[in-house]
Write a protein that binds this ligand. Structure first.
Ligand SMILES: [Zn+2]
Length: 453
């Protein structure tokens, strides 16, 4: 049986896989600035040892995307594995127990380092799956496409989106896994069907300065900002009403499936505030002011105030509609919206600028899909625990696939825990990493062998 051969191959070579993951963690790729080429070169070298051809597409300063294929034609079924090579910067390194690039192993169980979970662990597992399928020469006629990308942590335009537009546009893809970590303690692994979108909006209010002893002469930019922030709750009157893809009741049902009983779930749901709040966030758009800066002197009416808004969108909610809504609201409040951050002296206005954006997406017809069911069963078999279907509150590169028609059937699944991502002392459990190699390899094998028929 080929399945048993695959499992044995993985169990026999664990040490080598762990070393490869450590190599990826040690290859510095903090974004900003990126430096993803350091990782791409390691991947190319590793794959070439199994005579798998890969191509690096360099850009910018030491940045790159990478593509590798199991076979050299795309005539049968195509499966794509996507993983990002960039990681978020480590912050204050003194707060790490071990240096973030050290890839320290502890108690033979955990690997620590920036990117261990998000997402060099999942990425390494995908690369290793490709290598195993090639090495075992299982006569698969379908193709496994590995896309290691840059730029995910800053929106994905130069990474996943670029590869899609420039290198993959002629390929018909049948199923895609984006390897983001989908573990959320105390729950089992999730299979993620969609996620929210995001706009990072900078808003500047431009007033008029005056001496604070006679404030009526000026126009206070901080008061203008405060006026706008307080009225943001009215934004829903200025944008189209959108239903969430899954209601709170439906989300509860999906989560409940991992508990032994309904009562147990209800108890935990009541005890843990995080759960009801998570479901609330998954069923509505949110707008949060995350930074504010204004004023220059104790006794001067400020003429400028700047704030950042983090806006999270539901699938089907368009970025343009939200921006139009905010503009209308600001105008309704009596302000002029300028298209430049600076104006003529004594001009009173508001300026809006999008700093970053990523669309939301959702795989609508997931319920009937047999491939998805097969993935579910493989995960249950390997992890010895039923996974559950869910959606993510954070954004991911999956939106480029689902929203472009390249591959509606795109899910997120990967080893690692969401909570340790982007945090100091990030780590991955070695067992989780090895399990993911098994899932990725077995799933690809099962998916691609069917095309022999
Ligand atoms: Zn990630």
């Amino acid at each position: 049986m080929s399945e048993e051969l695959i499992i044995k191959e993985i169990d026999d070579n664990k040490e080598e896989y762990i070393e490869f993951l450590r190599e990826l963690i040690k290859a510095k790729s903090y974004n900003p600035p990126g430096d993803e080429k350091n990782v791409a070169l390691k991947i190319k070298d590793y794959l070439s040892r199994e005579r798998i051809k890969s191509e690096i597409f360099p850009f910018g300063e030491n940045r790159a995307n990478l593509l590798a294929f199991l076979n050299d034609n795309f005539n049968n079924k195509n499966l794509l594995y996507n993983g990002h090579m960039d990681v978020v910067p480590p912050g204050n390194e003194a707060e790490w127990k071990n240096p973030p690039l050290s890839a320290t192993i502890k108690r033979k169980k955990l690997i620590f380092g920036r990117g261990a979970t998000d997402m060099k662990g999942p990425l390494a597992a995908m690369i290793i799956a490709l290598k195993i399928l090639k090495k075992l020469d299982l006569n698969l006629s379908g193709n496994l496409i590995l896309n290691a990308v840059a730029d995910e942590e800053t929106g994905g335009k130069l990474g996943t989106k670029w590869c899609l537009d420039n290198k993959l546009n002629s390929i018909k893809c049948d199923f895609t896994i984006v390897g983001e970590p989908t573990g959320l303690n105390p729950f089992p692994k999730a299979i993620v069907l969609g996620e929210k979108g995001r706009i990072v909006l900078k808003l500047i209010t431009n007033g008029m300065s005056a001496h604070a002893s006679v404030p009526f002469i000026g126009k206070n930019a901080i008061s203008m900002m405060s006026d706008i922030i307080q009225n943001l709750t009215k934004l829903e009157n200025y944008i189209p009403k959108i239903e969430p893809p899954l209601s709170i009741e439906e989300l509860k049902k999906l989560m409940m499936s991992v508990f032994q009983s309904k009562e147990m779930f209800e108890r935990i749901y009541k005890e843990q505030k995080v759960l009801p709040n998570l479901l609330k966030a998954l069923t509505q758009y949110t707008i949060t002011v995350t930074k504010i800066n204004g004023g220059i002197k104790d006794n001067v009416v400020p003429d400028q105030c700047e704030a950042i808004f983090d806006i999270r969108l539901l699938p089907n909610q368009s970025i343009e509609e939200i921006l139009e809504g905010i503009t209308k609201l600001v105008i309704e409040l009596g302000y002029i919206v300028n298209d430049q951050p600076t104006g003529k002296p004594e001009e009173i206005f508001v300026y809006l600028e999008v700093l970053n954006q990523s669309e939301a997406s959702f795989w609508k017809d997931w319920k009937k899909d047999l491939t998805l069911k097969n993935l579910f069963n493989i995960i249950e078999h390997i992890y010895k625990e039923k996974p559950y279907y869910f959606v993510f509150p954070a954004s991911s590169d999956a939106n480029y696939y689902r929203n472009s028609n390249f591959c509606k059937k795109t899910i997120l699944f990967g080893p690692g825990r969401g909570r340790t991502a982007h945090a100091k002392n990030e780590f991955i459990e070695i067992q989780d990493f090895i399990n993911a190699i098994k899932v990725y390899t077995l799933f690809a094998y099962n998916f691609l062998k069917e095309s022999n028929n």
